[in-house]
Design a protein around this ligand. Structure first.
Ligand code: GLA
Length: 344
C-alpha cells in the first residue's frame, strides 16, 4: 500500500549563476565572484512507491522512466538521477520518484544549468531536514558532478546556486569555502549575453585543462597552483606554463576585483574583467574567435569591461556597463552581432 506521506509533492527552485571574475581557479585555491541570476530550475518530487524514477520536463521536451539505480548515460536527466540516488543513499527519500523539471536556464551557456538542476533536486529531496543547509547541498552536488556525472569541476557553481539570491554576489574563497554575500552598487549593471555558441563540459576539454593545472602545481611543488609565483613557473613548458600564469594572475585579479567591488570602483573592476578575458584567451585557451570579437566590440562600444564567463569554449560573455549607457550600448552591439541574446 502507498504511504500517504509519499503522495506529498516536494518542490524547490534554484537560480543559475554568472561568474563575474575568478575563472578556472576554483580547484586551484583561488577566490571567485559568481552572482546568482533570475533564470532558475524548479524540481518537483512525488514518491511513486516503485523501483522506477519517472522524469518529465516540458522545458527539455522529454518523459522517460529509469531503474532507480541505473548508471549515468550522458543525458541531462543524469543530473536528476544522480541527485535522487544520492538522496536515497541518505534516506532523504524512499523508493522511486515522479519528477517534474522546469528550467528557464539556457543549456550550454556557462550559466550552471546542471548545478541548478542537481541542487534543486537535492533541495526538494531534503526539505524539512534541519541539518541539510545550503553548503551541505553544494558539497553533495559537487560530489555528484565529480562521481556520477564524471566532470571534475570545482565548488564554485554549486555554492553559487545553493547560496545565492538573484542579484547578490558571492565572494567565495574556494580553499576553505568561507564566503561573503555582497550587493552590486546601483551604478553597476551586469549584462549576460549568449554568444549563440553552445558547449558541454562533459566533452573532455574541461578535464584536460584541469589536469594540466594539477600537473603544473605538482611540477613546481605546490598544493594549489594559485600559490605558485611567476619566477617559480618560468621553467615549465607550454602549455603548463600558460595554465599556471593564468591561475596566478587570475587569483590576483579576483582578489583585486573583490576589493574594487567593495570600494564601488567600477572602472577598475571593468579593467580586471578585460585582463581576465585576455588571460582566458591566450593562456587558458578557452575562448573562441566569435567570442573574442563580441568581447572586443562590447568594450569598444562603451562597456567598462567584458569577458567570456564560465568554463568557456562558447556560451556567454558577461559585461559591466554604466546604467545610463545601457540601451544605446546594447542596440549597437546587437546591430553588429544579430544572433546574440541578452539573458539579463
Ligand atoms: C565550470 C566548473 C567550475 C569552474 C568553471 C571555470 O563552471 O563547473 O567548477 O571550474 O567552469 O571557472
Amino acid at each position: 500500500m502507498t504511504n500517504p506521506s509519499s503522495l506529498v509533492t516536494r518542490e524547490a527552485t534554484v537560480p543559475c549563476r554568472v561568474n563575474l571574475i575568478g575563472e578556472w581557479i576554483d580547484f586551484n585555491g583561488g577566490a571567485v565572484l559568481p552572482m546568482a541570476l533570475a533564470p532558475s530550475a524548479t524540481v518537483q518530487l512525488t514518491a511513486n512507491g516503485t523501483a522506477l524514477d519517472r522524469i518529465r520536463s516540458t522545458s527539455f521536451a522529454m518523459s522517460r522512466t529509469f531503474a532507480i539505480d541505473a548508471p549515468a548515460e550522458d543525458h541531462w536527466s543524469d543530473y536528476v538521477r544522480g541527485a535522487l540516488q544520492y538522496a536515497r543513499r541518505r534516506n532523504w527519500i524512499e523508493s522511486g520518484q515522479d519528477v517534474s523539471v522546469d528550467s528557464t536556464i539556457p543549456v550550454g551557456a556557462g550559466l550552471s544549468s546542471s548545478a541548478a538542476i542537481i541542487v534543486a533536486t537535492l533541495k526538494a529531496a531534503s526539505l524539512g531536514l534541519a541539518d541539510v543547509d545550503g553548503e551541505a547541498l553544494a558539497f553533495a552536488a559537487k560530489e555528484i558532478e565529480n562521481t556520477f556525472i564524471g566532470v571534475p569541476c570545482g565548488i564554485m557553481d554549486q555554492m553559487a546556486v545553493a547560496l545565492g539570491k538573484p542579484g547578490t554576489v558571492l565572494a567565495l574563497d574556494t580553499r576553505d569555502c568561507s564566503y561573503a554575500l555582497l550587493n552590486l552598487p546601483e551604478t553597476w549593471s551586469v549584462v549576460v549575453i549568449h554568444s549563440g555558441v553552445r558547449r558541454a563540459l562533459s566533452d573532455g576539454r574541461y578535464r584536460v585543462r584541469r589536469d594540466q593545472c594539477l600537473e603544473a602545481a605538482a611540477s613546481v611543488g605546490v598544493d594549489f597552483l594559485c600559490d605558485a609565483s611567476l619566477p617559480l613557473i618560468e621553467a615549465l613548458d607550454a602549455p603548463l606554463v600558460n595554465r599556471a600564469r593564468h591561475a596566478i594572475s587570475e587569483a590576483q585579479r579576483s582578489t583585486d576585483a573583490i576589493a574594487a567591488l567593495r570600494m564601488g570602483d567600477r572602472s577598475k573592476f571593468g579593467r580586471l574583467m578585460n585582463e581576465s578575458h585576455v588571460s582566458l584567451r591566450d593562456d587558458m585557451e578557452v575562448s573562441t574567435p566569435e567570442i573574442d570579437q563580441l568581447v572586443c566590440d562590447a568594450v569598444g562600444l562603451g562597456a567598462d569591461g567584458a569577458r567570456i564567463t564560465g568554463a568557456g569554449f562558447g556560451g556567454c560573455i558577461v559585461a559591466l556597463v554604466e546604467p545610463e549607457r545601457m540601451e544605446t550600448w546594447w542596440n549597437a552591439l546587437k546591430l553588429r552581432h544579430p544572433s546574440i541574446e541578452r539573458i539579463v
